[in-house]
Design a protein around this ligand. Structure first.
Ligand SMILES: C=C(O[C@@H]1C=C(C(=O)O)C=C[C@H]1O)C(=O)O
Length: 490
């Protein structure tokens, strides 16, 4: 299903124009975009495997590719190709600047908007339906709603700003008969950026730490005892041989007095998570926000890049020791190896060559160490980033082994629907090129409420208390970015 700005029919012919724009912080442009677009804007900024790093802000909708169900990715991939083919002129981006791109994401599992897991904090399973049908019950008002986040959904913004820090461009993509007006608007947007946003270029533009935060309350939506019980349940399945690995996730709910500032949160995340993909993807009244350390797949110029990221240890004072202990932990190495093997198996049939590191390295983020194996391949033929995502997802990094058994375990036991958490987010452009990151270290933000998700990979030998602590460490980046930790501590 594709359409223009909510239409369900195929998009008519589209025209695009690009003009040079001042280099300003993309977070600052987000505020301008929301003023102009009258709604939440799209933000995406991720390190590419090679070449310059472009940050994007998009608003308005020239076209949308969206689908539900098992075949959603294939349907969306075909629609994306059709949509991009309808944009004229083709291949006419200024030297070295990005062409038209669609931004969006996909759910962890089809139908994960709310159907499978139902939040049951303090509510027994048999009371679930009455709790979720009563708007005033505390269980339903604290349950995340992924309504609006289709199984796969990518939007071609009508307006976008892109910068690599040295250059910047503004792009319009509009119906062909609206091009003259769009050109005038581009010029006035560029002027506005020069006049208003170009001033006070203080590094990041948006003050990361200055905003007065409203009082906020935070609660874990899976009680610690319940979380430990679920870990023990998984340990039982490992012993029976039904599962080798499973990833258990749960959200926490942060509630503030005034709506969260998305631009400010993104600016805060930039300070601590430069190597991550920062994203804000609005659908309906909500936005999926985060800083993911895990690239699911990137395709450019016939090359494919995937990160295997699994096995974690919180940072601590004797940090070098913590990193070494992680590298030597047999439990974490096994957890990691399952991910590397699954990725290599999924890519082998479509690659002429594949480089798989023999040993992982430790990747250190602001609050946690991870075992990481960057995997690279030369593609045999043309393959779109969405087709490769369909081969790879869900990896054992966010689901488990064997996949089907792990998926059933997750869907029967997790306290809340995952929605796009642990799905993938990113962009797709001409020729199927693009980058998708696993939707981790993320939150579903709706006004003054934010559901912060975190999960942990469980294998035989996992310790319930250590795993519970790991979820808390993994929620910290978003908790801090949204102002839920005192003093901006991360
Ligand atoms: C599931 C999450 O992270 C995943 C699980 C990891 C682990 O258990 O060691 C590490 C990185 C991610 O693949 C999360 O951050 O929510």
């Amino acid at each position: 299903m594709s359409g223009r700005g909510g239409d369900l029919g195929p998009p008519g012919p589209l025209a695009t124009r690009v003009i040079a724009a001042p280099v300003v912080s993309p977070e600052r442009v987000l505020a301008l975009a929301e003023r102009h677009g009258g709604s939440l804007a799209t933000f995406f900024d991720a390190p590419p495997p090679r070449g310059p790093r472009w940050a994007f802000v998009g608003w308005g909708e020239a076209a949308r590719a969206e689908a539900q169900g098992e075949g959603a990715l294939a349907e969306v991939a075909a629609d994306v190709e059709r949509i991009l083919a309808s944009v004229e002129p083709r291949g006419a981006s200024p030297e070295g600047t990005p062409g038209p791109r669609l931004f969006g994401g996909m759910a962890f599992a089809p139908g994960a908007q709310g159907g499978r897991g139902v939040l049951r904090s303090g509510v027994s399973a048999s009371a679930r339906s009455s709790a979720s049908s009563s708007a005033s019950s505390s269980a339903s008002s604290s349950a995340p709603s992924w309504e609006g986040f289709a199984d796969a959904s990518f939007v071609l913004p009508a307006w976008s700003y892109a910068t690599d820090g040295e250059r910047a461009v503004l792009r319009a993509i509009v119906p062909r008969d609206a091009l003259d007006d769009a050109e005038l608007r581009l010029v006035s947007l560029a002027r506005e950026l020069w006049e208003r946003e170009g001033q006070g270029r203080d590094g990041h533009g948006v003050e990361a730490a200055s905003s007065a935060l409203s009082a906020s309350a935070y609660e874990e939506l899976c009680a610690p005892e319940e979380f430990r019980r679920l870990v023990r349940d998984a340990l039982g399945c490992f012993q029976e041989g039904a599962l080798e690995k499973v990833v258990l996730a749960a959200p926490g709910l942060l509630t503030a007095e005034v709506p969260f500032g998305i631009g400010e949160a993104l600016a805060r995340l930039r300070e601590g998570y430069l190597g991550c993909a920062r994203f804000a993807l609005p659908r309906g009244k909500a936005v999926f926000l985060g800083a993911s350390p895990e690239r699911l797949v990137a395709v450019d110029g016939g090359k494919v890049d995937v990160d295997a990221l699994a096995g974690s240890a919180p940072r601590r004072e004797d940090d070098a020791l913590a990193a070494r202990a992680l590298l030597e932990s047999m439990k974490d190495r096994r957890e990691h190896a399952l991910v590397v093997e699954a990725i290599a198996r999924a890519l082998a049939p479509v690659c002429a060559s594949l480089e798989v590191p023999a040993e992982p390295v430790v990747r250190t983020l602001r609050n946690v160490h991870h075992l990481s194996s960057p995997i690279r391949g030369e593609l045999l033929g043309r393959a779109s980033v969405l087709a490769l995502a369909a081969r790879l997802h869900p990896t054992p990094a966010i689901c488990g082994t064997p996949r089907e058994a792990a998926l059933s375990w997750i869907q029967a036991r997790e306290p809340a629907p995952r929605g796009w958490y642990a799905g993938a987010v990113g962009w797709i452009g001409e020729g199927g090129e693009g980058a998708l990151w696993v939707g981790l270290r993320s939150a579903l933000v709706e006004g003054a409420k934010a559901w912060l998700y975190a999960g942990v990979g469980l294998v035989a030998g996992s310790d319930p208390d250590a795993e519970l602590n790991e979820t808390r460490v993994k929620r910290r980046p978003m908790l801090s970015a949204l102002g839920g930790l005192p003093g901006g501590a991360v």
